[in-house]
Design a protein around this ligand. Structure first.
Ligand SMILES: Cc1cc2nc3c(=O)[nH]c(=O)nc-3n(C[C@H](O)[C@H](O)[C@H](O)COP(=O)(O)OP(=O)(O)OC[C@H]3O[C@@H](n4cnc5c(N)ncnc54)[C@H](O)[C@@H]3O)c2cc1C
Length: 327
């Protein structure tokens, strides 16, 4: 039985770019996400390729069998096709039905939490924008913690993007292409005008977005006109800035450079429930809680200190949980 709180299945996956990926090696995963649990990282490295094959066998539409990023391996799926395929395979998904607010322990039947972490709560508390489905408010986390679950490192970390700041208006349809991913070519200033440094190793620019959040959530990306032709993941810098203008955001001319007003937006949370490689939720004494599992970004521990694929964690730990529960 699949309960879905929202009005449609698919969660943030449906809104995503659909790239299910892993770092090429465990060493690289460790380097990129140094606070993470090596056992969980190893599980993703070792299990993802077979899990991708499983999605393929269900008939999910694969758009590309590579990521175009030398650090990573993965496949890009059409998110709508992937959602439809999984809903078909699941049988019935009951929409508009949230998991009940209290767990009767011990559980009568296995329960897999996959409520998408708490991006909505984290964004609201931090005065940040929301770039996720609107229903992931930490329900799975609260349920499991009340039942004795432990949480991981990184409870204040998130994966997110710099998006056009208000008065810009954008919604789910703009989540992907309105992201401003050219911090590496810009001088980034906080609201007090202090420079926010950008680590050259921060290839995803997630570290930069988290730093903007720590400094209040808003920043200016100041770009020299010579850099407007540079490529971002979503066209050139000039095209990205044009989308800010079209959505009603602020772009100022500063001595010939363009200054773009951005806000940090939360896509998924990084800390979450402690799990083991079989996706069993671990209690505060380090013991698995009988019958309780967590997958995707309800589970923490696989990417603290960095950034990794939420879709991969959903796929690998969702399958691990299902296999263990079925056993
Ligand atoms: C614009 C965008 C682009 C992205 N691109 C990528 C990408 O290319 N690659 C990548 O790896 N990741 C990407 N992501 C992140 C990725 O979508 C998430 O990490 C992933 O969807 C997490 O999976 P999940 O199953 O944990 O959560 P979700 O996919 O968010 O699903 C959680 C579901 O639980 C439901 N729910 C919440 N509370 C309850 C409750 N109490 N009872 C029942 N149901 C509940 C929610 O409604 C939701 O449907 C992107 C995200 C966005 C928004």
């Amino acid at each position: 039985m699949v309960l879905e709180k929202g009005e449609r299945p698919g969660g943030s996956m449906l809104l995503s770019s659909g790239v299910v990926w892993r770092y090429r090696t465990l060493d690289e995963f460790r380097r990129q996400c140094p606070e993470g649990d090596p056992r969980l990282q190893r599980a993703i490295i070792e299990s993802l390729d077979d899990a991708l094959g499983w999605l393929d066998s269900l008939g999910a539409q694969v758009l590309r069998r590579e990521t175009r990023n030398p650090r990573t391996f993965g496949w890009r799926f059409d998110p709508r096709g992937l959602t439809d395929t999984l809903v078909r395979a699941a049988g019935a998904v009951q929409t508009g039905r949230a998991l009940r607010t209290h767990l009767e322990m011990p559980l009568e039947e296995p329960l897999i939490l996959a409520t998408g972490g708490f991006p909505v709560r984290l964004a609201r508390e931090g005065g940040l924008a929301i770039r996720s489905n609107p229903w992931s408010e930490g329900d799975g986390l609260d349920l499991a913690v009340t039942a004795g679950a432990a949480t991981t490192a990184g409870m204040d970390e998130f994966y997110g993007r710099a998006m056009p700041a208000p008065p810009a208006r954008w919604g789910e349809a703009e989540f992907v292409d309105h992201a401003q991913v050219y911090g590496r070519f810009a001088t980034v200033l906080d609201e007090q005008g202090a420079r926010i440094p950008h680590d050259s190793d921060d290839w995803s620019e997630n570290g930069l977005v988290e730093e903007i959040a720590r400094r209040g959530g808003r920043a200016w990306y100041v770009v020299d006109r010579h850099d407007l032709g540079r490529e971002t993941p979503y066209g050139t810098v000039a095209q990205a800035i044009e989308r800010v203008r079209r959505s009603g955001g602020t772009v100022e001319d500063r001595n010939g450079a363009l200054a773009v007003d951005v806000i940090a937006a939360v896509t998924h949370t990084i800390g979450g429930l402690a799990i083991d490689e079989r996706a069993r939720v671990i209690d505060r004494n380090g013991v698995p809680i009988d019958g309780l599992y967590a997958a995707g970004v309800d589970a923490g521990g696989w990417s603290p200190g960095g950034y990794a694929s939420g879709l991969a964690a959903a796929l690998v730990f969702g399958l691990a949980a299902a296999e263990d529960a079925a056993r």
